[in-house]
Write a protein that binds this ligand. Structure first.
Ligand code: C5P
Length: 231
């Protein structure tokens, strides 16, 4: 079994049977499964446990963002599920990051805890709309430094952001990068996309890939092609 999946497939499904059937097309030796808000709301812990029973490592992508005590308890509960990695929003602030880490550390499991910096669907204009007048680049570095200072394991960010931030962050920091498109596609909601091979060149540790695999006519082949590019 893989100790360190290099790729998690984003299972953004709203139907449990479809999600289970789809997983049968994938090999747990080649990828982990990212369970996000949509699938977890439909299937809860049972769907996570079902994938785990088939050998998949789970990245529980619920992006907790709440008052520190609530996030601590949510992170504790997620850790007890035996997931491989879970996450919070760095925008929740330093007290919340400290609480999240405590929640994980107080479980017997030892999942990786990472934090989302700025969603890859957002650009400078979108930040400005919510009253943040820094650039995406400046904001990501600020948030990533907070995450490292509070001993979380890494961040979620766009691979294109890495060159600006990696020099300032710990050597063993984990960089999880969504927004992967095997072919450059300007017509999509991800505003900062990158090819798998460029993501790895930029220093990504783990790729998150959704629709390029889940919407493919041949998911196993789509996965294989991406794996070959990042090997
Ligand atoms: O289909 P696609 O490859 O765009 O899926 C990307 C996945 O990564 C989605 O599940 C999305 O929620 C997630 N994600 C993201 N940007 C982040 C964090 C997570 O796109 N910053």
């Amino acid at each position: 079994m893989l100790n360190n999946p290099k790729l998690f497939v984003a299972f953004d499904f709203n139907d449990l049977n479809n999600a289970k059937e789809f997983s049968k097309k994938l090999d747990p030796q080649q990828c982990g499964i990212k369970v996000g808000k949509e699938l977890f709301t439909c299937g809860g812990p049972a769907i996570v446990e079902w994938f785990q029973s088939k050998g998949f490592k789970i990245f529980l992508d619920l992006k907790f963002h709440d008052i520190p005590n609530t996030v601590k308890r949510a992170c504790h509960a997620a850790s007890k599920l035996g997931v491989w990695m879970l996450n919070v929003h760095a925008m929740g602030g330093n007290e919340m990051l400290i609480a999240a880490k405590e929640g994980v550390d107080q479980s017997n499991e030892n999942p990786y805890l990472i934090a989302v910096t700025i969603l890859t669907s957002m650009n400078d204009v979108n930040l400005n709309e919510i009253g943040i007048n820094h650039s995406v680049d400046e904001e990501i570095l600020k948030l990533a430094l907070n995450v490292a200072t509070h001993n979380l394991d890494g961040i979620v960010c766009s691979a294109g952001d890495l060159k600006n931030i990696k020099p300032y962050l710990p050597k063993d920091f984990i960089y999880v990068t969504p927004g992967i498109r095997p072919i450059v596609d300007l017509n999509n909601d991800q505003k900062r996309t990158i090819t798998p091979e460029d993501a790895v060149k930029e220093g990504s540790s783990i790729l998150v890939v959704g629709r390029p695999i889940t919407a493919s006519q041949n998911p196993a082949l789509a996965l294989e092609e991406i794996i070959n590019k990042i090997r």
